[in-house]
Design a protein around this ligand. Structure first.
Ligand code: NDP
Length: 273
């Protein structure tokens, strides 16, 4: 049995073990997948021990995504651009890093929900790690522009420097959003974690516009409640992205991308029960 794990702190709440076990069952891949909690200063040692004991790969969650980036000997383009790694693969003494968040979000938007981004104005709220991870895949869809809005204004400026070469990136502040209109609003802030909505002007979402919160919870997130008030035609949370980014990791490790619909449905039922 090949061994995999998700490493984080805390990690007990992680749904990754359940998701990957369901993927393994479905595809017939022989593997085990566990949750590994490790102290902040012990990340590198824990990863290297896991690999030395024969571990094949790991998912990395908070607060170690930047630490994972630093210890990789090789990284794919998604990881390089996002500056964070959520998927580790061990090959001999090499540690290879990937970031599947952006691919996961795009799969959920396009394949699961038939949302087209080409020619659309996309507003990304937040400029943290998750926002970085989704920028290049969003720009690859050739939107009219991606407006990035954040409380700390220097971060969206950095986004323009990094991602401007892939498409039109417009840095913005919440105050300056007045008068803007967006077809798709993606909440990549952690505001929903504390039940808060970023300060958005009324009428920012076009009629029939789409809202997506990267966060998910048992009931509608604070941002989803706001989106419902704005009349969003599709009002989605991040559970689909979670399952799709896991499928991307599974594909990196095993060379097969599992079917996600049944897994997502099982998680959704469990979450809302
Ligand atoms: P970071 O800590 O890296 O970034 C947090 C961002 O949120 C920053 O831009 C911060 O702004 C902003 N922010 C926090 N509170 C507020 C607020 N009250 N109003 C406005 N902006 C706020 O977090 P991540 O990027 O790693 O995660 C962001 C979200 O994405 C989390 O909810 C996380 O759970 C979710 N996520 C979901 C995934 C999935 O698979 N569904 C995968 C990865 C993340 P500032 O810089 O100004 O402080």
């Amino acid at each position: 049995m090949d061994r995999y794990a998700v490493i984080g702190n805390p990690v007990a709440h992680s749904r990754s073990p359940q998701i990957h076990r369901l993927f393994a069952e479905q595809t017939g891949e022989k593997l085990t997948y566990e949750a590994l909690e490790c102290a902040e200063g012990e990340f590198e040692q824990t990863v290297r021990e896991f690999a030395a004991e024969g571990g094949k790969g790991m998912n990395v969650t908070l607060p170690f995504k930047l630490g994972a980036f630093a210890l990789c000997s090789g990284k794919n383009e998604a990881a390089e651009l996002s500056g964070a790694v959520n998927t580790l693969s061990f090959a001999g003494d090499k540690v290879l890093g990937g970031n599947t968040d952006g691919a996961g979000l795009l799969h959920d938007l396009k394949v699961n929900h038939q949302i087209e981004l080409t020619g659309k104005t996309v507003l990304v709220l937040g400029a943290g790690g998750a926002a970085r991870g989704i920028m290049k895949p969003l720009l690859d869809e050739k939107p009219a522009e991606v407006v990035v809005c954040n409380r700390l204004p220097y971060k969206p400026e950095e986004f323009r420097e990094t991602f401007g070469q892939y498409g039109p990136v417009q840095p913005c502040t919440y105050l300056a959003l007045k008068g803007h209109r967006a077809d798709v609003i993606i909440n990549a802030t952690s505001a929903s974690v504390s039940g808060v909505v970023p300060q958005l002007p009324d009428n920012i979402l076009v009629a029939g516009g789409v809202c997506y919160d990267l966060y998910y919870s048992k009931t509608a997130t604070a941002f989803q409640q706001w989106a419902a008030e704005q009349g969003a035609s599709k009002n989605l949370d991040g559970l689909g992205m979670l399952v799709e980014q896991a499928a991307e990791s599974f594909n990196i490790w095993r060379g097969v991308r599992p079917e996600t619909a049944a897994v997502l449905q099982a998680l959704r039922e469990e979450l809302s029960s």
